[in-house]
Design a binder for this molecule. Structure first.
Ligand code: NAI
Length: 327
C-alpha cells in the first residue's frame, strides 16, 4: 500500500477549511489511491472548533484518511509535512492600513516559514491561500532558505476558474472548450485575466468577444468577483476557494493536460519582465511534479500595461515587507 501523504491545513476551523478538509480526506487533493494524514493548525481559541470538524471527518469514515492531528504549534503542524495549505491569515480590519495588514500577516507567515524550513519533508509543496496571498508566500519563503524557492506558491486558481466561467457564459461554450487562459500578477483587484493568449475551440479568445466587453465587463468582473460574492452571500468565497486550492495542488502533483496550461503565482525567474524573486501569477504547466512558467508568449501593449500595473503593486508590497524587516 502507498504511504500516506501528510497534508497540513492552517486556519482549519475557518470557512475555507470547512469546505477543504472533506475534499482532501475524500481523495480529491491527490488522487483516489493516495492515503492522507491531516494536520490541522489553528490559533488556541479555535482549536476546539477544529476538533469539532475533526469529529465530522471521523464520521465520514473516509477510506483514505489515516489520521488527524490538531495543534496550535506550527512546529508540530509542519513536521514531516508533504503538502502545506496556508489558509489562515489575518483579515483586513476596518481602518487598517496596508502596512498594518502586512505586519500582522508577517507575524503569521514568518514563523510558519521557519517551521516549514525546520521540519517539512524534502518534497514539501506550499500553497498560500490566506491574503495578501502573494506577499504572504514571499514572507514564508524568505524564512525557509533550505527549501527550494519554487516550492512556495500562492493561489490565483480561483481567479482563473472565475475567468473560465465568465467567458464560457459569454460565448455559450463549455469551460473545457477554453484553453490557455492566464491570470497575471497579484491576487488582488489589479490582476490581469488575459484572453489574447487564450483559445476557444482553437481560435483566439479575445477575437471572439467585443473589445468593450473585454475591457469594461470581463476584466473588472473577474477582478472584483470576490467582493461581489461577499455582497451576495454575506461572507467571502469559501467552497470555490477550497475548490481552487484542490485544483492547484492536484495539477502540481499530477500534471496539467497536454495542450493547455493553468495559472498560479510562482517565483519569477525574470520571465515577461516580472522582477526575479517576486511571487506573481503566470501561465504555468506542471511537468514531473514541478510548475514551470510557459515561455515565449506574445504580450501586446494592452496586456503589457495591465501586467506591469499588477507587478508594480507586488513590488510595492515586497518593498513594504522589506522595510518592516519581514523578509
Ligand atoms: P476565516 O476567517 O473563516 O478562517 C480563517 C481561520 O484562520 C480562522 O479559523 C482563524 O482562527 C485561523 N487563523 C488565524 N491565524 C492563524 C494562525 N496564525 N495559524 C493558524 N490559523 C490561523 O477565513 P476564510 O474565509 O477561511 O479565508 C481564509 C483566507 O483565505 C483569508 O485570508 C481570505 O482572504 C483568503 N482567501 C483567498 C482566496 C484566494 O483566491 N487566494 C480566496 C478566498 C479567500
Amino acid at each position: 500500500a502507498q504511504a500516506p501523504v501528510n497534508v497540513t491545513v492552517t486556519g482549519a476551523a475557518g470557512q475555507i477549511g470547512y469546505a477543504l478538509l472533506f475534499r482532501i480526506a475524500s481523495g480529491q487533493l491527490l488522487g483516489a489511491n493516495t492515503p492522507v494524514k491531516l494536520r490541522l493548525l489553528e490559533i488556541p481559541q479555535a482549536v476546539k472548533a477544529a476538533e469539532g470538524t475533526a469529529m465530522e471527518l471521523d464520521d465520514c469514515a473516509f477510506p483514505l484518511l489515516q489520521g488527524i492531528d490538531i495543534t496550535d504549534d506550527a512546529k508540530k503542524a509542519f513536521d514531516g509535512t508533504n503538502v502545506a495549505l496556508l489558509v489562515g491569515a489575518r483579515p483586513r480590519a476596518k481602518g487598517m492600513e496596508r502596512g498594518d495588514l502586512l505586519a500582522a500577516n508577517g507575524g503569521i507567515f514568518k514563523p510558519q516559514g521557519e517551521a516549514i524550513n525546520a521540519g517539512a519533508a524534502d518534497d514539501v509543496r506550499v500553497l498560500v491561500v490566506g491574503n495578501p496571498a502573494n506577499t504572504n508566500a514571499l514572507i514564508a519563503q524568505a524564512h525557509a532558505p533550505d527549501v527550494p524557492a519554487e516550492r512556495f506558491t500562492a493561489m490565483t486558481r480561483l481567479d482563473h476558474n472565475r475567468a473560465l466561467s465568465q467567458l464560457s457564459a459569454k460565448l455559450g461554450v463549455a469551460v473545457t472548450d477554453i484553453k490557455k487562459l492566464t491570470i497575471w500578477g497579484n491576487h488582488s483587484a489589479t490582476q490581469y485575466p488575459d484572453l489574447f493568449n487564450a483559445e476557444v475551440n482553437g481560435k483566439v479568445a479575445a477575437e471572439q468577444v467585443e473589445q468593450e466587453w473585454l475591457r469594461e465587463d470581463f476584466i473588472p468582473t473577474v477582478a472584483k468577483r470576490g467582493a461581489a460574492i461577499i455582497e451576495a452571500r454575506g461572507a467571502s468565497s469559501a467552497a470555490s476557494a477550497a475548490n481552487a486550492a484542490i485544483d492547484h495542488i492536484y495539477d502540481w502533483v499530477n500534471g496539467t493536460p497536454e495542450g493547455d496550461w493553468t495559472s498560479a503565482a510562482v517565483v519569477s525567474d525574470g520571465s515577461y519582465g516580472v522582477p526575479e524573486g517576486l511571487i506573481s501569477s503566470f501561465p504555468v504547466v506542471s511537468r514531473n511534479g514541478r510548475y514551470e512558467i510557459v515561455q515565449g508568449l506574445e504580450i501586446d501593449a494592452f496586456s503589457r500595461e495591465r501586467i506591469d500595473a499588477s507587478v508594480k503593486e507586488l513590488t510595492e508590497e515586497r518593498d513594504a515587507v522589506k522595510q518592516l524587516g519581514l523578509i
